[in-house]
Structures are given as C-alpha cells and as structure tokens.
Design a protein around this ligand. Sequence first.
Ligand SMILES: NC(=O)c1ccc[n+]([C@@H]2O[C@H](COP(=O)([O-])OP(=O)(O)OC[C@H]3O[C@@H](n4cnc5c(N)ncnc54)[C@H](OP(=O)(O)O)[C@@H]3O)[C@@H](O)[C@H]2O)c1
Length: 338
Amino acid sequence: MSYTANPERYDKMEYRRCGKSGLKLPAVSLGLWHNFGHIDNFENARNILRLAFDNGITHFDLANNYGPPPGSAEENFGKIFKDDFKNYRDELIISSKAGWGMWPGPYGDWGSKKYLVASLDQSLKRMGLDYVDIFYHHRPDPETPLEETMTALDLIVRQGKALYVGISSYQSEEAANAIEILKQLGTPCLIHQPKYSMFVRWVEDANQPNKMSLLDVLEKEGVGCIPFSPLAQGLLTDKYLNGIPKDSRAASHRGNGAIEEEAITEENIIKVKKLNELAIKRGQTLAQMALAWILKDPRITSVLIGVSKPEQVTDSIKCINNYKFSDEELRQINEILK
Ligand SMILES: NC(=O)c1ccc[n+]([C@@H]2O[C@H](COP(=O)([O-])OP(=O)(O)OC[C@H]3O[C@@H](n4cnc5c(N)ncnc54)[C@H](OP(=O)(O)O)[C@@H]3O)[C@@H](O)[C@H]2O)c1
C-alpha cells in the first residue's frame, strides 16, 4: 500500500541544533545497523521506518557495511525510500559512513581518499540517492595521515555528494585535530558519533592526553554529538531481566559486532534490575530512562537508537517526555553503575 506520512508528525518531536551549525536533528534518530539487512524481514523494516517518520524521526543513519550482508541495509533502505519516502527527501537527513572493511584488497577499508570516495559512490547507488546529508569517517585510521582522510571528506562535500561531514569513534585529542583540519579546509565538522550509554562513559572522561573530555571538545568547537548504542544494544532495557529471549539480538548470533550472550552477565543484570526499579519510580520504562539520561546533557544533539520492532520506536521515543533527573537520582544511578 502506498504511504502518506502522518500530517501531525512534527507536533511532538523535539529538534535540537547540531552544535553551532544551521542543522537541527530530532532528539531521537534511527539507525539501520541491524534488523534492516537481507537476512531480516523486509516488511518489518518498512513498518519501522514509516512509524519512525510518522513520529517526527527525520534522521536515518546508515553505513556502507550495515546488513548483514554488508551493503544490504543500504539496498533495502533504497527500495523503501523509492516506494515511500521519495516525496519526502527534503524532510529527511540520511547519513552513511565508510571506515570499516567493505571490499577485498587494499582500497576497501580504513581511511584513504581512494576508499572513502569510492565507498560513498557505492552507497549512493545502493540507496538510489543523489547525495547523503551527512557522510562520516567511521573510525580513526592510525596509518593514513589525518590530512588525507579529512581532505577526502572536504572533497566529497565540494563534489555535492554530501552536505555535511562527521567523524565517528575518534578519541578526544584526535577528534580535536580532525575538527581543526576540517575548519582550515572550509568544511566544518558537523557532528561526532561516539558509543555512549550508562554502561560506556568514556566521552565524559577528561583524562585524555589533551585533558579534555570528548564532550568538552565538541562543545568548545561547536560540533554536535549523536551517541550510538545508547541502550547498550538492548542490555539497558527490561528484555534481559529474566533470561535471553529467543527473538533478541543476543540470541541471534548476527555477528558484525552485535551483542553476544556472554555480555548478559549476572553482574550486568543485577545493575539492570536496580536501574529498572529506578525507571519504574520515575514512571518510565528502562529504555526510556536510559535514553533520557543521555538527553539530559545539552551537548547531546540526538540519541541514535536501533530497533527490531515498531513497538520499540513507540516505547523509546517517549524518553523525550522526561529527561530531567534530580541530583539524588543521578547519584543513585552512579552508585548502581559503580
Ligand atoms: N558509528 C559506529 O561505529 C556505530 C556502531 C554501532 C551502531 N551505530 C549506529 O547506532 C545505531 C543504534 O545502535 P544499536 O542498535 O546498538 O542501539 P541500541 O539502541 O543500543 O540497541 C538497539 C536494540 O535494543 C533493543 N531495544 C531498542 N528499543 C527497545 C525498547 N524500547 N524496549 C526493549 N528493547 C529495545 C532492540 O534489541 P532486540 O533486537 O534484541 O529487540 C534493539 O535492536 C545503529 O543502528 C547505527 O546506526 C554506529
């Protein structure tokens, strides 16, 4: 059936300015790392994307290697985009990335200009797009000069293949260097995509060589921040409280970095149970509280969620209804996470 977007889609979502740029992103964005590949149910993927957009989620995040198999999330997204979202292109922020291994040989991985330019061309073909809104370098490359990688991002923008560029998983000092090079090239870094959740808090850590946390660097430079895996891949929800459900990511053995059963440890579940009790006291699900806990910081532009079912979109976006925490609640959370 053809799709017409919900006319009330912009009524409830909050849009936050991305650093000091002109661009605003929804407080909750949707990533297609898992559940959108050829091994997944195509109609489920379509339903998730429609529901997300109907609720004001204007930003979909992809990468060359999302699937499995690699590339298939972009292919499926391309099909759904053509059927459902073509008329809404100017209402959407679509991102892709390159930086992890994508094709054999020396030019299909890391951060050379050769790899980034070729990879984005492939991504655009798979998605049937003329341009992406944001193109990221997916992870730092210790061997390629940072100048080359950043010059490739600058080139891609000048070619009109991306409107903005970002970096992902760069530590604080290397992020500061990349941001400086991009500034000199005249293509400011729009956004950084780090892993950040109640369980993974390195972005707050000021013990980096430059004595600034990543969040401090981004604030100082006016760069946005969109944390990935904010639910620790599902661990920070109520799904693993009583064992590992068959339809969960941990049980699916998807590979490609997906959470494994070994991560669902007794120690983690004790913490999750305590967090869940606190969430109930706040009148939230644990997923909502874990996302709200990230959104409480004004340096955060958007939380980048993944979902396997449409109901998870409906549940998770309610995090924007309450992301204020009392000092006592924050103290209790820190105590639980110790
Ligand atoms: N830049 C990078 O290097 C990088 C790396 C990883 C991810 N990312 C980006 O970040 C996005 C999100 O990552 P992620 O999928 O790991 O995020 P996540 O939000 O931490 O985990 C998503 C999983 O949590 C569970 N879930 C979500 N909402 C739920 C709810 N309301 N109730 C119960 N369970 C819920 C689902 O697990 P089940 O599947 O078990 O139902 C879902 O698949 C990716 O799609 C990608 O765009 C970027």
